[in-house]
Design a protein around this ligand. Structure first.
Ligand SMILES: [Zn+2]
Length: 276
């Protein structure tokens, strides 16, 4: 079971292309990993061209056990910074160094926004809150994942053994469990936290997944999408119909660049011009 889950995550990270069957056997029925979002078969992989938001600082952290990499994003907000996702505990020192390099000191981190409750995104939230005196925002529907250390807390198929294995694999222990300070939901304006951005509820990867669209046109979509020469659904999708509906909503947004939880960003135009 543990081996199967490692394979799931490796497939998700694009490490092992042979693991699609393990993914299906582990309980994501009806899912087609790496599905293109309405793109044509002739579309070849290429480097995304678009306007990177220079104010977004991407921090890519390596996950343990060859589980791939995860992105965190440091975004200036007023006189301080906002951090989108926090990575896994194994990347804590690297993330802290990047925050220091950006000039972020205790008191400067205005808010941590978690796009969803998986351990590879929430693993340093509690530690950073203690260190920087900041607050943690996430959607209510994923909060139990972080509070209980259970990535299946709100998912359709639950695997008690994998739950324990996943916490071990990502180094998510009791000290990483924490309760968010505020819940955010569809349409919430984050400007009161010094961050000119809006929250969108985009269920699919998990029930409480959110996206964040900044006034500058940066769209952080968590693990709903990734870019493999074209925008595709993440390999792990809990509710496929909800995920596709979430993608449809993102198409209409004035996003300059789309920043994903794993892998490279891509131009928002790529999402808008794909046929439905
Ligand atoms: Zn992830």
């Amino acid at each position: 079971m543990i081996t199967a889950y490692v394979k799931i995550i490796q497939r998700r990270r694009g490490v092992d292309a042979k693991c699609a069957s393990a993914l299906r056997s582990a309980g994501t029925p009806g899912q087609r990993p790496g599905r293109a979002i309405g793109d044509s078969a002739a579309d070849q992989p290429r480097e995304p061209a678009g306007t990177m938001d220079q104010r977004v600082r991407t921090v890519t952290l390596t996950l343990p056990f060859h589980l791939g990499k995860v992105n965190c994003y440091i975004v200036p907000a007023g006189s301080g910074f906002v951090l989108i996702d926090t990575g896994a505990p194994s990347g804590r020192r690297a993330l802290e160094r990047e925050l220091e390099k950006a000039g972020c000191r205790p008191g400067d981190l205005k808010l941590i926004v978690l796009t969803h409750g998986d351990f590879d995104h929430t693993g340093n939230a509690a530690s950073l809150r203690r260190r920087f005196g900041t607050r943690i925002a996430m959607h209510r529907d994923d909060a139990g994942m972080m509070e209980r250390g259970d990535i299946f807390w709100n998912r359709k198929r639950r695997h008690p053994a994998i739950r324990t294995a996943a916490a071990f694999l990502f180094g998510f222990g009791r000290q990483e469990r924490c309760t968010p300070d505020l819940f955010v939901d569809e349409g919430d304006d984050l400007s009161e936290h010094g961050f000119s951005a809006t929250v969108l509820h985009i269920p699919g990867h998990s029930r409480g997944s959110i996206a964040v669209l900044t006034a500058g046109g940066a769209l952080f979509c968590g693990d709903l999408l990734e870019y493999r020469g074209k925008p595709v659904l993440n390999s792990i999708i809990d509710d496929r119909a909800a995920a596709l509906a979430s993608v449809e909503r993102l198409r209409d947004l004035p996003a300059g660049m789309v920043y994903t939880g794993h892998g490279r960003p891509f131009p928002g135009e790529r999402l808008r011009r794909e046929p439905g």
